[in-house]
Design a protein around this ligand. Sequence first.
Ligand code: ADP
Length: 319
Amino acid sequence: MKRIGVLTSGGDSPGMNAAVRAVVRKAIFHEMEVFGIYHGYQGLINGDIRQLELGSVGDIIHRGGTMLHTARCPEFRTEEGQLKAIEQLNNHGIEGIVIIGGDGSYRGAKALTERGYPCIGVPGTIDNDIPGTDFTIGFDTALNTVIDAIDKIRDTATSHERTYVVEVMGRNAGDIALWAGLAGGAETILCPEYDYDMDELIGKLNRGHDRGKKHSIIIVAEGVGSAVDVSRKIEEKAGVETRVTVLGHVQRGGSPSANDRVLASRLGARGVELLLDGKGGRAVGIEQNRLVDYDIIEALAKPHTIDKKMYDLSSELSI
Ligand code: ADP
């Protein structure tokens, strides 16, 4: 391939810029031309496409968000939208694209793949919910944002001897909740992957209180439901006062961590290598610190799992 495109789609994540930079620089290093597709699939349909040079991606490696912007595009779910997109790509002479995004964006890449257009999926989402990779770009940064918040909440929780319920993002995945809960020393972590028992949760709160614990922190993944509902149930059943913090979109922003920048650079560059070899329809990832790639259709069919041993450990360490 001599001319490729790159786009970011769906929810943004810190490190997307580093991935775009890697795609552009790696492609130019191999004497390919690179076109940036702005505003995700919407921009692809509309032809919002411009050539990128080495300097176009200067000074972005440390910035959150995405310089290509992103969008949600219902039209791309339709046959008509997908055909318009392929027409735009053909008109620009773009032979393959790297798509950086979450599972929705991957479904878009799958749709293009099924229509015979070469795409590479690069996992860019804070949710860590993409099959075929241990980590997604942005997860580590989001986790650090959550930990920073939990540490601060812990200070005030201790002063006031209160129970705090903290809601974190992750869509249908509990990775952010699990990792942040373990790293932040939370008493209880509620993940969508595992049912929780309110009586058990309250028993743990009471046991902690009886042994003189000054505060409790309960992490609720958004996929479980609202932290407000969880806190209301705790107040009703346990008769304790609680406070709720919904962290929201702060988790999606900020300068990417070193890990996310390195991961984005490696995955973005790997995507270009695959296109150089004429391979499309692949999803790149990292497993046990090794770069891997899978058939994107097969990867999407795999269920997302979280580490049960880590989940059990979090319970054992917070008895
Ligand atoms: P994310 O990529 O962060 O999971 P979304 O789920 O919003 O974000 O998906 C991003 C975009 O991907 C959607 O707005 C849509 O344009 C495209 N997309 C999602 N699902 C499909 C699908 N089944 N077929 C084609 N395109 C899809």
